[in-house]
Design a protein around this ligand. Structure first.
Ligand SMILES: Nc1nc2c(ncn2[C@@H]2O[C@H](COP(=O)(O)OP(=O)(O)OP(=O)(O)O)[C@@H](O)[C@H]2O)c(=O)[nH]1
Ligand SMILES: [Mg+2]
Length: 256
């Protein structure tokens, strides 16, 4: 089934323009992706912006992904000569960052090292910066589109720029499907039931998606007054469970 998603509001276009403007002053980039789907969540806009500047791919939310597959992704990116690291809610990336600064021999005669944290919405960019800062300075929320402007933060030897999640006006159908499953797209523009039917089908359960969701509704109290299955509520709950890791550590993409 073709999966069409179009979410490119004004703040994304504006941020993309600003990011292009400041790119020349950036010493290195953190490209944050979701460890469960590192290709689909990579975003199409960033390659040109990063250009030949040092960059590290951060496989974030690795606590929700299959560990072995995440390690394989790190090898995959390293084989492409792109440094990659894991990050999760409890993993403090500071040592890794210092290694990176040393590896690229990033030195400044004047001022602090400038880096930008970029990626598609809701992958955990602001949360990653909060971990570096060891504070809750930046607003984070479990929904796509929280950060709306570029935001500079100073920390020891670094100036870090938090950026809004940016997508492209036309997203590949397969990518769109996966980033919808992961909650990286504003939920209001999606048909949750349709997303969940696709997800159930991709998870290869034995029953048909319709039957599975029906049974899931009944066994999880998603029933209407008359006692019949409420598929709408069931879809919302199933998607939430998947996104929060309640169905297990599931990676949607494996390196080839
Ligand atoms: N399980 C888990 N959740 C995480 C991790 N990092 C971030 N989150 C959660 O992901 C959600 C989004 O985090 P944000 O930091 O707001 O994401 P963002 O990329 O800045 O989002 P936008 O500003 O909307 O582009 C929040 O609910 C975070 O708590 C992680 O490593 N593991
Ligand atoms: Mg943010």
């Amino acid at each position: 089934m073709k999966f069409d998603v179009n979410w490119f509001p004004g703040h994304m276009a504006k941020s993309l323009r600003k990011l292009r403007e400041i790119a020349k002053f950036i010493d290195f980039f953190f490209e944050i992706v979701d460890a469960r789907a590192p290709i689909s969540s990579r975003g199409d806009n960033f390659e040109k912006i990063i250009n030949s500047k040092p960059r590290i791919i951060v496989l974030n939310k690795s606590d929700l992904a299959d560990d072995k597959i995440t390690n394989n992704w790190i090898t995959y990116f390293n084989n492409l000569n792109i440094p990659a690291m894991k990050s999760s809610k409890n993993l403090i990336p500071k040592a890794c960052i210092n290694n990176l600064i040393n590896k690229f021999e990033i030195k400044k005669k004047f001022g602090k090292i400038k880096c930008a944290v970029i990626g598609v919405p809701n992958v955990g960019k602001s949360c990653f910066i909060n971990k570096i800062l060891g504070s809750k300075k930046l607003k984070i929320e479990n929904k796509a589109g929280v950060t709306r402007n570029l935001n500079w933060i100073s920390c020891e030897n670094l100036e870090i720029c938090d950026t809004p999640g940016i997508l492209t006006p036309k997203i590949d159908s397969e990518f769109a499907k996966k980033i919808s499953y992961l909650g990286l797209i504003k939920s209001e523009i999606l048909n949750t039931e349709e997303v969940v039917m696709n997800l159930i089908s991709d998870l290869n359960y034995k029953e048909s998606p319709e039957k599975f969701l029906h049974n899931f509704a009944l066994s999880n109290g998603c029933v209407s007054k008359g006692g019949e299955a409420n598929l709408e509520r069931a879809a919302v709950l199933f998607l939430k469970n998947f996104q929060n890791g309640k169905l297990g550590k599931i990676s949607l993409e494996v390196p080839n």
